[in-house]
Design a protein. Structure first.
Length: 463
């Protein structure tokens, strides 16, 4: 089983200490920063949240048996999710003045849950996908737990947390000979933007869970064709379809085409699939790009007449968040989607924080560029690597064409970050820390020797 490197171990320990020390602040923000806008029963909310977190911890203990490093990392990651939920409320209340999607979702769910209490009938929006699904899901939560914003926030945060776990598991199956599982796991559970933007009542939390399930299912199919993998894949895509059908479409394309272009497709049948598949891929990508603004749904409530949403629309155009430019200019800068805004484009605190994270990712990308080349060099022999490359390319092109606001970009690119990170961590030949150590693959123990530049490390192929 892998162990955290000394540097990552220090980072995880420091994060855990800071989260514990700051707990009074983010717990107060999660439970106590309410007025008539967010009425809450403190005891009921706290006891329900404690139960949810307790269930999460039980699952962590069960699914990390014999893997103390992953167990400690996931415990810190869960604590970070709870803290992010509290900070998200702080941002919505104190910075945006309730002008946020989360507020709309809560109000809609509160109204529907109140109606259920009076009539005993669930309100089912029409259509039941897109912007209407998060409040419907929150309504179902409120019917069981009672109307409570902290409870809904924590449940959505837990959904995204387990999505990150399944993404980590997919990496283990997709690249069983990789050595830096510790980096991928740490970033999956502690990368600030992925932790923060998926820790609220939002589409992003639902997409993170669906993407994790679908990617893990695809990785299982990639390793060994079987019904469980296909069921997980279909379930994950179905979850994503409820909130962002265009994302399910992009992922489906990335899942299907590796089987058309992989090295396993040879002879006349393989040639025929390529002749038909290449034009289909180009056509589908063109459809998504040409209608990117419609598919990506940059403004969830553009038709809303409420004062709160009017403020949200007004706020999106001030403070230097918009960057606009022609379509050609945005496409030229598409490769930098994950690291923008650049320092000279920063005009507020949120953008500054995103820029610092982007610079950190840039340093990592430059240092591991040879590992990226190694991963791309074997995409025909590794369908999981081909899926990652194709999904990254499609997402980058489509969102670069559609996005003109840094605030929206920072929130929605969390759907890309974990997948791009796997591309930079999948090839182990350029890692400096390699050595034969016992690992466990599908319940069997073996020894894995990875040839590289020397040093000592501890690779694994999964837990």
């Amino acid at each position: 089983m892998w162990r955290l490197s000394p540097r990552l171990n220090s980072i995880v320990n420091l994060a855990g200490v800071l989260l514990l020390v700051s707990a009074p602040f983010w717990l107060f923000e999660l439970f106590g920063v309410y007025d008539e806008q967010f009425p809450v029963s403190l005891f009921a909310a706290a006891s329900t949240v404690a139960l949810i977190v307790g269930l999460d911890l039980i699952l962590i203990l069960l699914w990390t048996r014999g893997h103390p490093s992953l167990r400690r990392l996931m415990a810190v990651g869960l604590l970070a999710k709870m803290a992010a939920a509290g900070l998200y409320v702080t941002m919505v209340v104190r910075v945006y003045g309730y002008a946020a999607d989360m507020t709309h979702y809560y109000y809609a769910a509160q109204s529907m849950a109140t109606s259920y209490g009076q009539t005993g009938v669930l309100t089912i929006p029409n259509p039941l996908w897109g912007t209407d699904f998060p409040p419907f899901l929150a309504q179902c939560i409120f019917v069981v737990t009672g109307i409570s914003l902290p409870v809904a926030m924590v449940i959505f945060a837990s959904m995204s947390f387990w999505g990150a776990y399944f993404i980590y598991r997919a990496f283990c199956l997709g690249f069983p000979d990789a050595t830096r599982f510790d980096i991928l796991a740490t970033l999956a559970f502690l990368l600030p933007s992925c932790v923060f933007w998926t820790a609220s009542i939002s589409k992003d939390a639902v997409v993170m869970l669906g993407a994790g399930l679908a990617t893990y299912g695809f990785a299982r199919v990639h390793q060994r064709v079987g019904l469980p993998g296909y069921l997980l894949l279909a379930t994950g895509l179905g979850v994503i379809m409820t909130v962002r059908p265009h994302m399910a479409g992009i992922l489906a394309i990335a899942f299907i085409f590796p089987y058309l272009f992989g090295a396993n497709r040879t002879g006349m049948s393989g040639l025929a699939l390529k002749v038909l598949g290449i034009p289909a891929l180009v056509a589908l990508t063109w459809v998504f790009v040409s209608r990117a603004q419609t598919y990506v749904e940059m403004k969830d409530f553009s038709e809303s007449k409420s004062t709160v949403m009017q403020v949200a629309r007004n706020n999106s155009g001030v403070g230097g968040s918009t960057y606009g430019g022609s379509l050609a200019a945005r496409m030229v800068l598409a490769p930098f989607l994950l690291i923008r805004p650049f320092p000279f484009e920063v005009h507020n605190f949120q953008a500054a924080f995103a820029s610092i994270e982007g610079l950190g990712l840039l340093v990592m990308f430059v240092r591991r560029r040879k590992a990226l080349y190694g991963t791309l060099a074997r995409i025909r022999s590794n369908t999981f690597a081909m899926f990652l490359a194709l999904y990254t390319l499609e997402f980058t092109v489509i969102y670069a064409a559609a996005t003109t606001n840094f605030g929206l970009l920072n929130r929605q690119r969390v759907m890309l970050m974990p997948f791009t990170l796997m591309l930079f961590l999948g090839d182990s030949r350029w890692d400096t820390q390699t050595a034969p150590v016992p690992v466990r693959v599908l319940g069997l123990r073996r020894r894995s020797l990875v040839r590289s530049g020397g040093g000592v490390g501890s690779p694994t192929a999964g837990d």
